[in-house]
Design a protein around this ligand. Structure first.
Ligand SMILES: [Zn+2]
Length: 445
């Protein structure tokens, strides 16, 4: 049987470990040794006991350690299934007395982290599955509880996180996000702080007021604040107040990214459209129905047919047509190559929408005017705001799947992983499947 043991050890794939014994366990718990020429029914569990052949390693410092403090009890770890059979690894881990770090800890195991009942590779697989399946489905697939899947996901993501070095924070994005209407939180919003350089979120907290941003600022040291050059945010007054009221951030500039400025403009156009078509009687309502998206779309991105239709709709009302043109001009201005062009362009847009008889556009005018400085600062800094969109898209997906996430730190970790490993690129897919790790499971023993 020596050859068979070697073969099973090879399949398990832990260097420095031998297979001592193996047997089957039926779903009703009855154990039996394999009998030749009798096929095993699917669902029968394979249990493999292993033994270390090398000196153990300390799980605190990772160094080899000869001295055994005490022998432990036999334990089992659920591993990846093998051809439809659940697999369990059994071993009695020693408690070692480490002469390097003086700790008396359980030895390092190549397949699992301390105190875990599942192997790391099973945790990786469960974590990956949860990105495309509800947690309850993953739990049913591996025959474990919901909390086991959640814990596995967290451990797998934390292992990924541990491999990453912190990036310097010089440009910061602050954004509010809606948690969705299904949750029962008192605060329906969270504030996400991200590093604009790589688009990754770094902090998350409930609420969208000045106090929320303060909570984050309080986690920073004075040197961290000194290194920050720029804050990009939407036109939300409490966020600006939080930055402006911090004396250590007096040197930092605030900009409003184009995404949020255009969102404000889109609201104004939409309000105007509703006024004209929906409050203009049944005939107008029939013409304007279901056309919201068309008015919000950039002219450049419209197909020739869409442009024709838009022209026809704008033909009904001069006010709406002028507003649409002004918003299109604003879109162009926000991408101006330098500060001066942007300044002149913005002044021109403001003149076009300042008439008081057009209420929605006048509201947009006042809001743009009061944030004039922060919009013009866009031309000076040109922050990489495109990354913010990756954050927005991933946020929508996560919240749609997750519904009520109770644990914001976990949500942050998930979001960061999804943004750091975009699955649109081929090597991103590979990194994603390896859960961001260069080698899926590092060797130990
Ligand atoms: Zn040690």
């Amino acid at each position: 049987m020596g050859q068979l043991k070697r073969f099973i050890a090879e399949v398990l794939g832990f260097e420095g470990w031998k297979v001592e014994d193996w047997w089957w366990v039926k779903p009703n718990g009855v154990r039996y040794k394999p009998v030749s020429r009798v096929l095993v029914s699917p669902g029968t569990k394979l249990v493999v006991t292993v033994r270390r052949t090398w000196m153990g390693r300390c799980s605190e410092c990772g160094r080899r350690c000869r001295k055994v403090h005490e022998h432990g009890e036999l334990r089992g770890w659920q591993d990846l299934p093998w051809c439809g059979h659940p697999v369990e690894i059994e071993y009695a881990p020693d408690r070692l007395k480490c002469r390097h770090c003086q700790s008396a800890c359980v030895e390092l195991l190549p397949w699992a982290e301390p105190y875990q009942r599942e192997t790391m590779r099973l945790q990786q697989h469960m974590a990956l599955d949860t990105s495309s399946m509800p947690t309850s489905h993953v739990a049913a697939r591996y025959g474990v509880g919901w909390h086991v899947v959640r814990r596995a996901e967290r451990h797998a993501l934390e292992r990924w996180q541990a491999t990453r070095s912190p990036e310097p924070l010089t440009m910061v994005g602050i954004d509010e996000k809606y948690l969705g209407r299904r949750n029962t939180f008192e605060d329906k919003y969270v504030t996400i702080v991200s590093n604009l350089q790589n688009g990754e979120p770094i902090w998350i907290g409930f609420g969208r007021g000045e106090a929320t941003v303060r909570q984050w600022l309080d986690t920073l040291a004075s040197e961290d604040k000194a290194a920050i050059k720029l804050f990009a945010m939407d036109m939300h007054a409490p966020f600006m107040a939080a930055i402006r009221n911090d004396k250590e951030l007096a040197h930092a500039d605030i900009v409003h990214d184009p995404f949020h400025v255009m969102k404000r403009a889109a609201q104004a156009i939409d309000e105007l459209r509703r006024q004209l078509f929906f409050r203009g009687g049944p005939e107008m309502r029939a013409i304007g129905r279901g056309k919201r998206w068309l008015f919000l779309r950039a002219w450049e991105k419209c197909t020739p047919e869409q442009r024709e239709e838009l022209k026809r709709l704008l033909g009904y009302n001069g006010k709406l047509a002028r507003a649409y043109q002004a918003v299109e001009e604003l879109r162009g201005v926000l991408h101006a190559p330098d500060e001066l062009t942007m300044l002149l362009g913005l002044c021109h847009v403001l003149r076009r929408i300042e008439r008081r008889d057009n209420k929605p556009m006048r509201k947009l005018h006042d809001s743009l005017e009061s944030h004039f400085k922060e919009i013009i600062a866009l031309g000076k800094h040109r922050p990489p705001v495109g990354r913010v969109e990756a954050l927005n898209n991933n946020w929508e997906t996560l919240v749609r799947q997750g519904r009520g996430y109770r644990d914001l730190q976990f949500l942050l970790l998930k979001l960061r992983f999804a943004i750091a490993n975009p699955i649109r690129e081929e090597d991103g897919v590979l990194r994603f499947l390896a859960l961001g790790l260069p080698v899926p499971y590092r060797q130990a023993a």
